[in-house]
Design a protein around this ligand. Structure first.
Ligand code: SF4
Length: 347
């Protein structure tokens, strides 16, 4: 009896990768999943920060997918390596700061490496032709095959019938007849297939699985790079872009103001890395100061923080600064009138 063939599946946590892996299991292939953690994934702990949406299950959808499939999932941290993909994408960005084509090439390339190191035979992804404008255009799918080094060991079960025959099909490891010909943005075929397989409650993220497709998030990332005069970031930077209200009243400093209790607790964890502003006379949010305040800024920063506290209509609010060097400063000031917070300050 021939040895069972092994496929490594890129599992994002979305429906398509779940279905692609399921189709392979149905064909008797041994499947294990890889989920790459870039730091920009919508998955993970940032889901759990905000107190609102408490009713929604806070789960890791990649793990959930693996559990549904009954397969092993390898979560691989690529935060450091991914920086170069995002900072210097050879194929450019999509509608926002999403370097989808370079990202796909990188991830499939990593999967190819993993495949070789672990004695697997081929790679599967949940891509569907024409579903996403940048990475899933028909003319671009061969670019991923070529530049990732996956060659014809990359199989896309959901749209394979629209593509050239791959090695697993040629060798008879999988039956091409049992693969699919999905294309375009219509999600109904996937939903019908999910129903057939009995998958319910799967994730349907609106903009994809990654914050880089989000306009607001992308704007904050670009602002960060402009303010620092270089395209670079640390893990904490990209986490903080997901949290709080970001206001930049001057090029040299930005305020990150929590919007609710969950965010307040999260920002609290950054007290040692940032100067902070607390509201002492009223209930109010914790604010982090990203940048260096000069003497003339304190009044303005205090007034803005006070505007977002319960003292917003009070004549005076007492505000305490704790600077990064441990120095403390307390001011009692009137909150800045809402109209004086310029729209362009909101990032
Ligand atoms: S949405 Fe994000 S994770 Fe997905 S391909 Fe694009 S950049 Fe990569």
């Amino acid at each position: 009896m021939p040895a069972q063939k092994k496929a490594v599946a890129l599992i994002s946590g979305g429906l398509d990768s779940l279905l692609a892996a399921k189709l392979m299991l149905e064909q008797g292939i041994h499947v294990e999943g890889i989920n790459f953690y870039t730091g920009f994934c919508v998955e993970g702990h940032t889901h759990a920060i905000r107190k609102k949406d408490k009713a929604k299950p806070k789960r890791n959808n990649a793990l959930w997918s693996a559990e549904q499939l009954g397969i092993k999932l390898h979560i691989i941290d690529i935060i450091e390596e991914y920086k170069d993909v995002l900072i210097n994408p050879k194929h450019g960005y999509g509608a926002n700061m999403n370097p989808c084509l370079d990202c796909k090439i990188f991830m499939v390339g990593k999967a190819r490496q993993w495949m070789d190191e672990n004695g697997f035979d081929f790679i599967i992804t949940g891509e569907v032709i024409g579903q996403r404008p940048m990475s899933q255009r028909k003319d671009l799918l061969p670019v991923v095959v070529r530049e990732s080094g996956a060659d014809d060991r990359l199989l896309r079960p959901l749209c394979a019938k629209n593509l050239a025959v791959t090695l697993p099909e040629r060798e008879g490891w999988v039956k091409r007849d049992n693969l699919l010909d999905f294309s375009g943005r219509n999600r109904k075929p996937q939903m019908a297939l999910a129903k057939k397989f009995g998958f319910e409650d799967y994730a349907t993220p609106a903009g994809g699985c990654c914050f880089l497709t989000d306009e607001n998030y992308s704007r904050k990332l670009v602002d960060l790079w402009q303010a620092r005069n270089k395209k670079d970031y640390e893990f904490d930077d990209i986490m903080l872009l997901k949290v709080g209200r970001h206001i930049r009243p001057a090029p040299h400093y930005k305020l990150i103001i929590s919007r609710e209790e969950g965010e307040n607790k999260f920002l609290n964890g950054y007290r040692k890395q940032f100067s902070t502003i607390e509201i002492k006379s009223h209930n109010g949010p914790l604010t982090l100061v990203d940048g260096q305040l000069i003497e003339a800024d304190f009044q303005q920063a205090a007034g803005i923080a006070a505007r977002f506290s319960q003292g917003r209509d009070a004549a005076q609010v007492t505000v305490k600064f704790t600077l990064i060097n441990g120095e403390e400063k307390t001011l009692t000031i009137p909150p800045i009138p809402a109209a004086e917070i310029k729209p362009e300050w909101y990032i």
